[in-house]
Design a protein around this ligand. Sequence first.
Ligand SMILES: *Cc1c(COP(=O)(O)O)cnc(C)c1O
Length: 380
Amino acid sequence: MSPHRIHFNSPRAAGRELANMARALESGHISGDGEFTRKCRDLLKQELGATDVLLTTSCTHALEMTALLLELKPGDEVIVPSFSFVSTANAFALHGARPVFADVRPDTLNLDERRLEELITPRARAVVVVHYAGVGCEMDAILAAARARGVAVIEDNAHGLFGKYRGRWLGTFGAAATQSFHETKNFTCGEGGALLVNEPRWRARAEILREKGTDRGRFFRGEVDKYSWVDIGSSYLPSDLLAAFLLAQLEQRAAIQAKRKALWHGYRDGLADWAAARGAQLPVIPAHCESAYALFHLLLPSAEERDALMAHLKARGISSVFHYLPLHLSKMGRTFGGQPGQCPVTESVCDRLLRLPFHNGLAEANQAEVIEAMRAFRPG
Ligand SMILES: *Cc1c(COP(=O)(O)O)cnc(C)c1O
């Protein structure tokens, strides 16, 4: 058993998950693209207004699909934030591209749009943005820079589902966006994801790539009388059992997002004076952004203080965790030319960042306990 009483993350059923899964089994269709996959897709498509939504086995696989849609050739470059999960870079490296690491803004920890243009070489094909913690990147500037140089924008929207930038949903700015339904995200089916296709020219091919390079989707719609191998592809369809689980979560999106918003504000209000006194930086949400409330993080003044605070919380049964390590300094990142000093903000924040318990089932009393334990921390 974990020594922690208050978990950093704890996946919860929102209500109808098991009933939905039983219905999928009774219907006799538990492979991909059944009734529940269609319902998840329709819900996301209607809510977000994306051209198309394809459920996938993970966000990683959805990112790999965008690499295939870009038709990357060896030597092509894809600009990615160094401060992100491995898949943001690996999905493109896997398909032959060279990741070019961008630094992030010190306030939102999102890709620094002010330094983007200098990274766009004639070999650049795409820029991948991550809306860290669910707060939108500066999409106006990023889209303008990308358009001016003819590179595509891809949103790794693993944190951003139902967040907004200037009143518009995150995930609807790039040519495509990717979602994650991993158990650590706002909405989950254990492992799962989605590809939001916004670029109409990519729609038909995305469907084929997901179905092992076949036109099976068209066959099921009665548009062709048999299906066959028409392109490259792989198997990126989740089981309808997982979609059945996921639908129950997505249908509760208003309640889930309200709960997470309340938790976020609970931490922010409960820690504001403490953070000011300690020199800790609380998360920043610019006025033109509505967060998706994916997580609650703070930056301590030093790595030593961060580690001491983690130990202090652990001694009280509270699990807190750090987050990304700089991709440009990883073993793989260095093979693509990553060097110390290349992304100074990323290098500085990774050692000082702490995430507090944050999940759909976190009780208010437990959050109050975390805040109290934080406020009792005396470093040194
Ligand atoms: C979680 C996450 C991923 C990976 O999601 P999977 O569904 O586990 O593949 C990718 N990018 C970011 C920013 C994430 O947070």
